[in-house]
Design a protein around this ligand. Structure first.
Ligand code: ATP
Ligand code: MG
Length: 278
C-alpha cells in the first residue's frame, strides 16, 4: 500500500526551474564535475560508506530516530568542511539552517579542538539562521543563494537540520498533505539548483515515522523517513542512522541505485563523529 504522502501529484519535483540554465557540452559538464569535492564526516568508515564523504553538487540526507547523531553529524561537518582535504580541496565556509533550536556553537569549539583549529576562526566561518516556519525556511534559501553568489567558491556546505520538522507542523492535517508535498518539492528543487550552481554539498537531516503498512509484511525495518517520494528522489544519497551499543551508531546506505547496501559503525565523541575504536 502506498503511503498517503506518495499519492499526491508529484509534478513539481520533476519540473526544475531551468530557464537560466542552458546546454553544456559533455566536455564542459565533465570539467564542471571535476570540481566536485567531498567533506569528511569525521569517521573514515563512514566516509568509505559514502565513497569519500559528503559530495558537493548533491543532497545528502540522513534520517533516524532521536539521538542517532543527526545533529552531532551536522555539527561535525561545520568544522570538517573548513579543513583543507584531499584532491586539493581548500576547505570553506558553512551555512547552518536550524529548525529545531539544537545548534550549539560550544559544540563546534570541542570539535575544533579535536582538529587543532582556532575556535574563533571556526565560529566565524559558520553562518547560522534559525527558521521558524516552512515558509521562512524557503525565504532563507534566497539569502543562501545570494550569499553563495556574492562570495563565489567561499562556501562549501549548506546544512538544514531538519528539513521536514517545520513542514510537519505547518501542514499537520491529512488534508494538507498534497500542499505540503508541493511546497517541499519546490524547496528541494531550489536546494538541488543551489548545490549544482555553486558547487556546494547540501546536507539535510530527516525524521522517521512508523510505517503503517509494515505490520502486514516481514519488513526488517518498520520505520521509514518522512517526505515520501518527493524527498526520496531529491536526495542523491540517503543514509539511515540507528543506535548500537552505548555511543556506537550504525549508518546504512538506504535505497541507493548505485551503492551496495553497506553499513558503517561510528561513534559520537566530544570531538564529534569519529571511528569506533576496536
Ligand atoms: P533528534 O532526532 O532528537 O534531533 P539527533 O539524531 O539529532 O536526534 P543528536 O543530538 O545528534 O541526535 O545525538 C545526541 C547524542 O549525541 C546524545 O545522546 C549523545 O549520545 C551524543 N552526544 C551529544 N553531545 C555529546 C558530547 N558532547 N560528547 C559525546 N557525545 C555527545
Ligand atoms: Mg537533532
Amino acid at each position: 500500500m502506498k503511503a498517503a504522502e506518495d499519492q499526491v501529484v508529484e509534478d513539481e519535483a520533476g519540473h526544475q526551474d531551468d530557464e537560466t540554465k542552458g546546454f553544456l557540452t559533455a566536455f564542459e559538464y565533465s570539467a564542471k564535475r571535476k570540481q566536485l569535492f567531498c567533506v569528511t564526516t569525521g569517521s573514515i568508515e563512514f566516509d568509505k560508506l559514502l565513497g569519500e564523504g559528503m559530495e558537493s553538487m548533491a543532497i545528502t540526507e540522513s534520517f533516524g530516530e532521536f539521538r542517532t547523531g543527526k545533529t552531532q553529524l551536522s555539527h561535525t561537518l561545520c568544522v570538517t568542511a573548513q579543513l583543507p582535504g584531499e584532491d586539493s580541496y581548500t576547505g570553506g565556509k558553512v551555512i547552518f539552517i536550524d529548525t529545531e533550536n539544537t545548534f550549539r556553537p560550544d559544540r563546534l569549539k570541542n570539535i575544533a579542538d579535536r582538529f587543532n583549529v582556532d575556535h574563533d576562526a571556526v565560529l566565524d566561518n559558520v553562518l547560522y539562521a534559525r527558521a521558524y516556519t516552512s515558509e521562512h525556511q524557503m525565504e532563507l534559501l534566497d539569502f543562501v543563494a545570494a550569499k553563495f553568489h556574492e562570495e563565489g567558491g567561499i562556501f562549501k556546505l549548506l546544512i538544514i537540520d531538519s528539513i521536514m520538522a517545520l513542514f510537519r507542523v505547518d501542514f499537520s492535517s491529512r488534508g494538507e498533505l498534497a500542499e505540503r508535498q508541493q511546497k517541499l518539492a519546490q524547496m528541494l528543487s531550489r536546494l538541488q539548483k543551489i548545490s549544482e550552481e555553486y558547487n556546494v554539498a547540501v546536507f539535510v537531516t530527516n525524521q522517521i515515522t512508523a510505517d503503517p503498512g509494515a505490520g502486514m509484511s516481514f519488513q526488517a525495518d518498520p520505520k521509514k523517513p518522512i517526505g515520501g517520494h518527493i524527498l526520496a528522489h531529491a536526495s542523491t544519497t540517503r543514509i539511515s542512522l540507528r543506535k548500537g551499543h552505548g555511543e556506537l551508531r550504525i549508518a546504512k546506505i538506504f535505497d541507493s541505485p548505485d551503492m551496495p547496501e553497506n553499513e558503517a559503525t561510528f561513534t559520537i565523541t566530544p570531538g564529534g563523529i569519529a571511528d569506533a575504536k576496536e
